[in-house]
Design a protein. Sequence first.
Length: 243
Amino acid sequence: MSGSTRDQVTTGGTRDVPQGPAPAAPSGGRPGRSRWLYMALAVVVAAATAATAAAVRARLSGPALAGAVMNPPVVAYDFTLPNQDGRPVSLAALRGKVVVLTFLYAHCPDVCPLIADDLHKAYQALDPATAARTAFVAVSVDPNGDTPGAVRSFLAGHHLAGELAYLRGSFAQLRPVWAHYYVGSDAKEVNPEAASAAAPIPDQVGHTAIVYVIDPRGQIVVFLPSNLDPKDLVADIRALARP
């Protein structure tokens, strides 16, 4: 074969293939320099994209919370009950505020007084603007013993008058609320006539002790135990009450 052709092996034998032109010699300059510049630019763009994505995720995921976080948040069950003064209070009417919700009874000898004192400490630690965007609410777990007088005495004794709405009701009114918030109460329903005829001896009531924090959109976001640290509650209120 001539010098202008080369042999290529095929399934049918060999055939001549024209030789292509010789590769061009590299032009002047440093061809590797552009490649490194492109790689450096890609690293910078990737880092900026990652930082932006992290900032967006942090904003969407919300602030860090001190209590146990509900993931995902749960829409709070709505209810309307009379407070210590007989005025109806609706959970739906509190939308736009952070709601601290707990369950108490006025004659409780142990846990309820501790929760009440911690709620008072938390309220006092809030600045006026945050306090105005927060509602403290307690629901009775003792329809028999939580009379208006007993409730007002409890609130005064724990410095919660004007700070906390203490909601009462009948067994029929309260049972659905207890059930939707997973609160147990062993309060015994009695005949009203029999109760009024008997000597008023307060019963001790076993019940679930918990504190829920509901965000301004009406979702349960976090909950705290009965032995909560008021500072944790304050931190969660501030985080959720931010405009």
